[in-house]
Design a protein around this ligand. Structure first.
Ligand code: SF4
Length: 337
């Protein structure tokens, strides 16, 4: 495959088709870093809102470093994987503590920040500083797998190594910022998981080995998914006037340090909770867990003395970072009210 042909077709396509995204219009490494961490969690449209809110509230690394962790978690609410928000905050503090006057510029320093892996470090180094590092996100893996017709699973150790070798060969070292932006966008918008007629109008058709071999729809290959673990949660919602009880999750488990109603975890929901009238169970999916949740409302005269809980007024709930499942429970309650 002739790299120069790939570059010229890819860049022509990008010029015409790319979306205007604020973090692609800037060379501010902080703004780019923030966008990359947010986009690990969500699609571009929803991510835009979060990014704008974060940028408005904490416009630079010093501002984020001096924020309260609880505030950062609350702004992150709804995105899930709160460890990413905690790492974001930790990384900002680390940068400030080291006395760096701005976001680090060396790839090794960027890569060493909490929550930053090879992909994110490559994205920041290339988008902010035009340094020749690849940025392999899911879209890029797909495009590379197809262009080179690689049927090795890309998410195994051996597969990752192979794909990295290939992208190193393909990377446009003269224009890494443009190359990474274009190939990511091309994977997001044109060489998509379901191809439809896209190959027929593809500017890289002549350079695409999978197209030539008729294997494009089969690629990329993933390793088999791990088994999903089922868990059963019953939330106890205590109501006394305008007060309720919440607790912070302290175990090193999902939603570490987020708040929720007192939660009882049990074996399958066939065993009834001690109190009657539980809600209909609903399912909440995480990447490797399937949560079966329900809630029970307790209207009480006196709040029970449950260890680790705090009494708050309902209107104060918004001041706490809540797990996504708790937000769903609240939504259901509001619909019933
Ligand atoms: S020809 Fe099809 S599979 Fe190949 S790069 Fe283009 S869209 Fe992707």
């Amino acid at each position: 495959m002739l790299n120069s042909l790939v570059y010229s077709h890819l860049y022509d396509w990008y010029e015409v088709n790319h979306r205007t995204l604020p973090w692609r219009e800037t060379e501010d490494a902080y703004a780019i870093w923030l966008s990359e961490i947010i986009l690990q969690q969500t699609r571009v449209l929803q991510g835009l809102d979060y990014w704008r809110r974060f940028m408005a509230r904490w416009p630079n690394v010093e501002a984020l470093a001096s924020a309260d962790e609880a505030e950062v978690l609350r702004e992150w609410q709804g995105l899930g994987y709160y460890s990413r928000a905690r790492n974001l905050h930790k990384a900002a503090q680390m940068i400030v503590e080291r006395g760096w006057t701005s976001f680090p510029t060396r790839f090794e320093d960027i890569r060493a920040l909490p929550g930053v892996g090879d992909y994110t470090a490559g994205a920041i180094a290339s988008f902010a500083y035009n340094q020749p590092y690849p940025a392999m996100d899911g879209n890029v893996y797909r495009v590379v797998a197809r262009l080179m017709d690689i049927d090795e699973a890309f998410d195994t150790t051996a597969g990752k190594k192979l794909f990295h070798q290939q992208i190193e060969k393909l990377l446009d070292r003269a224009n890494p910022r443009l190359f990474n932006s274009a190939i990511m966008e091309f994977g997001a918008l044109h060489c998509t998981p379901v191809l439809g007629d896209n190959c027929l109008t593809c500017p890289l058709q002549g350079q695409c080995a999978a197209y030539a071999h008729g294997t494009a729809e089969l690629l990329p290959v993933r390793k088999p998914r791990p088994k999903v673990r089922d868990r059963w949660f019953t939330y106890h919602i205590y109501m006394k006037g305008d007060e309720t009880l919440i607790q912070r999750r302290e175990a090193k488990d999902i939603w570490y340090h987020l708040y929720e109603f007192p939660c009882e975890e049990s074996d399958p929901l066939t065993t009834n909770p001690p109190t009657a009238n539980p809600s209909f169970p609903f399912t909440h999916l995480l990447s490797h867990q399937r949560l079966h949740a329900r809630y029970v409302i307790h209207k009480v005269q006196k709040m029970p003395d449950l260890p680790g809980t705090i009494v708050i007024r309902w209107e104060e709930l918004n001041d706490y970072a809540l797990s996504r499942l708790t937000l769903r429970v609240l939504d259901t309650l509001r619909h019933k009210a």
